[in-house]
Design a protein around this ligand. Structure first.
Ligand code: PGA
Length: 253
């Protein structure tokens, strides 16, 4: 267990919450999440709620994240929001490469790398999401898939850029399904990824937070977060209930 790595408990609200619900959820989290030297707490909210929620998070230790952003600063990209615009709302983190965006919104490795670079350029910490499908796991190519996803970003920005980033390992088959990777499956992948990263840069590999995502909840978080290479969670469903999310944060230490 490496004490030097702080845990990061990140809520991914996805496309959920009315304005009133978003304000209520953010307020409840801010009110009850006590500051911890060992873990950070983050909410990644729908873009339309960033302005409202940032007014609340700015005066708290709860960090604010966005779920997507376009790499160009501005231009003819109807419907898009640029990463630089997110910067106006004191956004601390940006999710990049979430499997839902890769699968449903054509986020290729190349686009993911551009978003990752844009986040760093705007002083926003990217959380690079990677994950394998059930078919890929069954074919035994999990690590190859994850390494390819990481390598594409490393090729674009260099390994040193990962000093200001986090990684989220999210097996696609565990997202929103109620099926969690076993402790062994999750720890094995996290540790293999860290070893692989160490071939590029040992210091970055040692320090980078590798979060687990995929049906993490108040019941299983303690065991998952207790694994030596799991440095936090990216939590969807269970982050929409303040009580559950805060419980996960409290077991993180
Ligand atoms: P889940 O989602 O916790 O609902 O499985 C995780 C994610 O997609 O980030």
């Amino acid at each position: 267990m490496t004490d030097s790595r702080k845990k990061l408990i990140a809520g991914n609200w996805k496309m959920n919450c009315s304005r009133a619900e978003a304000l209520q959820l953010a307020s409840a989290i801010i009110a009850d999440a006590s500051e911890s030297a060992d873990s950070d707490i983050l909410v990644c909210v729908p873009a339309i709620h960033l302005a409202d929620v940032s007014k609340l998070t700015q005066n708290s230790h709860v960090k604010l994240g966005a779920q997507d952003g376009h790499w160009e600063t501005n231009g003819a990209f109807t419907g898009e929001i640029s990463v630089s615009m997110l910067g106006d709302y004191q956004v601390d983190y940006l999710l990049v490469g979430h499997s839902e965006r890769r699968e449903m919104f054509a986020d290729s490795d190349e686009r993911v790398a551009k978003k990752f670079a844009a986040a760093l350029k705007n002083d926003i910490k990217p959380i690079l999401c990677i994950g394998e499908s059930l078919e890929q796991r069954e074919q035994g190519v999990t690590l190859n898939v994850l390494q390819e996803q990481l390598q594409a970003v490393i090729n674009a920005v260099g390994i040193e850029a990962f000093a200001n980033a986090a990684i989220a390992y999210e097996p696609i088959w565990a997202i929103g399904t109620g099926k969690t990777a076993t402790l062994e499956q999750a720890q094995d992948v996290h540790s293999a990824l860290r070893s692989w990263l160490a071939n590029h840069n040992a210091e970055i590999a040692e320090n980078i937070q590798i979060l687990y995502g995929g049906s993490m909840n108040a019941g299983n978080a303690g065991d998952l977060l207790g694994q030596s290479d799991i440095d936090g969670g990216l939590i969807g469903g269970a982050s929409l209930k303040a009580e559950d999310f805060l419980k996960i944060y409290s077991v993180a230490g």
